[in-house]
Design a protein around this ligand. Structure first.
Ligand code: NDP
Length: 245
């Protein structure tokens, strides 16, 4: 099946920002969305908005660090719609965490969300994709995987892991599966500056508001990777604000 219409697409990190915009973009184009995130109130609001506009979406409370939660996300897609065509692993946390501050909970959260979370998604969806003899992984990395900037060493390392795991998966995926990496640059979402000290947070919010991409720019890049014709693997897309070095 090519295009977006009719596809069953599971997406993590759907409760805000890029995930919310991507859920809306894909639902508008006729995808049946299975959406995961931890904040149920925000997730339900996204589902309600899509449904009110005539789209198809279901929301599941998911912590990607929990293997069983990802299995449930995939099971809901399979039970309700009979298949899963795409898993978009978008959940992420952009903690600003200078090494000297020893915010080790932030380090753990980035490893758990970006690395363990991605692997949990692969572990949940790959057996179904193999049985179907089709499926697509779309993994969200970052330009931080290409250019490391202080104080984001841990974030950059975990997003580099997303890039490397995606390439490794692509090489093992064979002719039936598609594997895509989408790496956003600075995007104007609530996640930018979250948890930082007030001074840093203010600078980051200013930057994201002045030059950040609208989340819809990343949604359409993800849509491009999904709508490619069968047999065409859009392996890697990097989308930056023109003003970003
Ligand atoms: P947001 O903070 O708006 O969105 C992050 C999403 O991830 C939320 O829906 C959040 O939902 C979810 N999430 C975080 N941790 C978990 C978890 N453990 N389990 C399930 N869901 C989780 O930020 P963005 O939209 O900007 O971020 C989306 C992705 O884009 C991330 O991977 C981020 O690293 C990446 N990115 C963003 C850039 C930017 O400048 N904005 C630049 C480069 C990459 P909830 O809290 O409800 O669980």
């Amino acid at each position: 099946m090519s295009g977006i219409e009719g596809k069953v697409i599971a997406l993590t990190g759907a409760s805000s920002g890029i995930g919310e915009a991507t859920a809306a973009y894909l639902a508008e184009r006729g995808a049946r969305m299975v959406l995961g995130a931890r904040r149920e109130d925000r997730l339900n609001a996204v589902v309600d908005k899509i449904t009110a506009q005539g789209g198809s979406a279901v929301g599941i409370k998911v912590d990607v660090a929990n293997r069983e939660d990802l299995k449930r996300l995939v099971d809901v897609a399979a039970d309700r719609f009979g298949r899963l065509d795409v898993l978009v692993s978008n959940a992420g946390t952009m903690a600003v965490s200078p090494f000297d501050e020893l915010r080790q909970d932030d380090w753990d959260a980035m490893v758990a969300t970006h690395i363990t979370g991605l692997l949990n998604g692969i572990g949940a969806a790959l057996p179904l994709f193999r049985r179907q003899r089709s499926g697509q992984f779309v993994n969200v990395s970052s330009t931080a995987a290409y250019v490391v900037k202080a104080p984001q060493g841990v974030y950059a390392a975990t997003k580099t892991a997303v890039k490397v795991l995606t390439e490794g998966l692509r090489q093992e995926s064979g002719p039936d599966l598609r594997v895509s990496l989408v790496s956003p640059g600075l995007t104007n979402t609530e996640g930018v500056g979250k948890g930082a000290d007030p001074e840093t947070a203010a600078l980051m919010v200013k930057a994201r508001e002045e030059i950040g991409l609208p989340p819809s720019a990343i949604a359409s890049a993800i849509g491009y990777a999904i709508e490619a014709p069968d047999g065409v693997d859009v392996s890697e897309i990097v989308v930056r604000p023109t003003a970003q070095t």
